[in-house]
Design a protein around this ligand. Structure first.
Ligand code: MTE
Ligand code: MO
Length: 217
């Protein structure tokens, strides 16, 4: 399908209207296939040993653990949200289904002095988030995209989606969260990406950080 019309025919008005105001600065629309982007190999899902752990500074000092069947039984929500990759593509209106991050935080709450978390994934991939970012109502540990289970490439069996931040803040193959009493950079945040990563403020790189945005580099 050629949504842009014939060369030289000008702008596709309908597409312009759909995207007006929805593209963060410096982003462009992804109209074709959903790209696959990650560092390292795609892990194989092992249902018998898979677990989701909440560690670090929990309110009761205990770790919380869900095995796969247990995590799958948690109440699910549906979220429609845009997806912004720091490599500059934006995918509009992705439909996610999964467990709200709030649900996990309610079931295994942090200690009062926790303001940051590390989200951990297979092979040690990690990202850090402010606790408040995890508490947005459309932040979801997703199992499904557009009605289908995630494919292995896109994070099966579970990935985090944080719609209001760049997509690297949403680990694929996620395995747990760690509550932090002091902020600590994750995988990309240690390698030159912004500690917060708000696409509307175009917080792409760590050199753009203001004092207080992140721990010293
Ligand atoms: N475990 C893991 N999760 C990851 C990454 C990664 O390298 N490893 N890359 C992130 C980046 S940079 C992006 S843009 C999105 C891409 O998700 P997609 O491949 O489903 O489009 O996954 C994020 N989650
Ligand atoms: Mo990305």
């Amino acid at each position: 399908m050629d949504r842009m019309g014939q060369p030289g025919s000008g702008v596709d008005i309908e597409a312009e209207e759909q995207t007006a105001g929805r593209l963060p600065p410096g982003q462009r629309m992804q109209r074709g296939e959903w790209p696959v982007l990650h560092y390292g190999p795609v892990p194989r899902f092992k249902p018998d040993s898979w677990d989701f752990r909440v560690t670090g500074a929990t309110a009761d000092g205990e770790e919380a653990v869900w095995f796969h069947d247990e995590f799958s039984a948690l109440p699910a929500i549906d979220v429609v949200a845009d997806f912004h990759c720091v490599t500059k593509f934006t995918m509009l209106d992705a439909a996610w289904r999964g467990v709200a991050a709030r649900t996990v935080l309610d079931l295994a709450p942090p200690a009062p002095d926790v303001a940051h978390v590390t989200v951990w994934a297979e092979y040690g991939y990690s990202t850090n988030l402010r606790l408040e970012d995890l508490l947005h109502e459309n932040v979801v540990f997703a199992t499904h995209h557009n009605g289908e289970p995630l494919t292995p490439d896109h994070g099966f069996p579970l990935r985090l989606i944080v719609p209001h931040l760049y997509a690297w803040k949403g680990p694929k193959w996620v395995r747990g969260i760690e509550y932090l009493t002091e902020d600590r950079r994750g995988f990309w945040e240690e390698r030159g990406y912004h500690n917060i990563g708000d696409p509307w403020r175009e917080q792409r790189y760590s050199y753009q950080e203001d004092p207080g945005d992140g721990p010293p580099l």
